[in-house]
Design a protein around this ligand. Structure first.
Ligand SMILES: *Cc1c(COP(=O)(O)O)cnc(C)c1O
Ligand code: SF4
Length: 339
């Protein structure tokens, strides 16, 4: 049997940048690819333009043709429900614009900071709590990394740097490698974490160079992917993640609980088991942040807790993610309890 690494030589990865450039950018294009009509959506499509459709082809290929309820499609298709305003749903539900202490840094929790390494994403997720974030004020060109690095260097309580965004893996590997090298020069930084959805929608992003830059540093590296539904995972994910695990990178996953997408015990249990088969451990299950335009994805806290109990009853403890909510002004993510 050839090892994974040997097999890889026979099947070189497609260029993720090219796949990204070929992404679909309109509802018409996406519906045509899936053999659907606008009239398949009873309530209609969104007319707002400020957070446009964006979805890479490998993710489209994982959607079922002819199914307007496909759980991957519902995460990316702008529906008319987005255009309604609801009380209690705001543009900045996490108060992040207050914890944005330096350009490109969000320092909310003890010992760890988010470094907003890239402003864009490979996919526009309709439920995203960052859809209204002022990224354009926080775009870190390489020349601006210095202010973020200075902030981290000046606070010796920071032991972990979380590369976030947007999506940090939108950066080229050479740029990431430079950034990681500079972080590793700050003595009190011990851990590096990358939070990304890009490799979920384009598995080819898990390049050999990425594995190398995450392993040759003195920092202990982890990668937290953002998979919401078992259908998102493919054999290529399993292969690339196996290589990352062999290289010693800790691999975790976070999921957002979304009405119509993954709000059933069967789907969540299947997801945990499939994550494990793909070398990922479930870390967090987030209830939705109350962001304008995402109300139709909301699952009530009571329902979320019931689903969590069903997971507890049927899965080994290490396959049950922590059920949490992000709250403004709290010192950690808030676990949900029984009501
Ligand atoms: C989630 C989050 C973190 C990381 O929290 P962990 O509990 O360590 O995963 C850090 N900063 C912010 C602003 C976050 O939202
Ligand atoms: S930040 Fe994450 S959830 Fe939000 S749009 Fe980008 S990839 Fe999607």
């Amino acid at each position: 049997m050839p090892s994974v690494a040997q097999t890889e030589k026979f099947f070189p990865l497609a260029d993720w940048g090219q796949l990204l450039a070929q992404s679909l950018r309109s509802s018409d294009e996406l519906l045509a690819a899936l053999e659907l009509q606008p009239s398949d959506f009873a309530e209609g499509l969104s007319l707002a333009k400020q957070f446009p459709l964006l979805v890479p082809r490998p993710f489209v290929q994982r959607m079922a043709k002819g199914d307007p309820q496909d759980p991957l499609l519902l995460q990316v298709l702008p529906l008319a429900a987005e255009d309604q305003l609801h009380p209690g749903y705001s543009a900045d539900p996490l108060g992040e614009q207050d914890t944005n202490v330096a350009t490109g840094i969000i320092h909310k929790y003890h010992g760890r900071v988010l470094l907003l390494a890239a402003s864009g994403c490979a996919i526009n997720c309709r439920y995203c709590f960052r859809r209204h974030f002022p990224y354009s004020d926080n775009r870190l060109g390489r020349s601006q990394w210095q202010s973020a690095l200075d902030y981290i260097a000046a606070d010796s309580s920071i032991s972990e740097v979380i590369l976030s965004g947007g999506d940090p893996l939108m950066l080229q590997d050479a740029h990431l490698a430079d950034l990681v090298e500079q972080l590793a020069q700050i003595p009190h930084v011990q851990r590096l974490r990358v939070h990304s959805r890009l490799p979920v929608v384009i598995a080819e992003r898990l390049t050999d160079q990425l594995i190398e830059l995450l392993t040759r540093t003195r920092l202990r590296s982890s990668l937290v992917l953002h998979v919401n539904h078992p259908q998102e995972l493919s054999p290529l994910h399993a292969q690339r993640l196996a290589m990352m695990r062999q290289a010693g990178i800790t691999l975790l996953n976070q999921t957002v609980l979304l009405k119509g997408v993954n709000d059933s015990a069967e789907v969540l249990i299947e997801l945990s088991e499939k994550l494990f088969n793909h070398h990922l451990l479930p870390y967090y299950l987030h209830v939705l942040d109350r962001v304008q335009g995402a109300q139709h994805f909301d699952v009530s806290s009571a329902e979320a807790y019931t689903l969590y109990q069903q997971m507890l009853a049927r899965l080994p403890g290490y396959l049950v993610p922590k059920l949490v909510r992000e709250e403004a002004g709290q010192p950690h993510k808030t676990p949900l309890h029984a009501f």
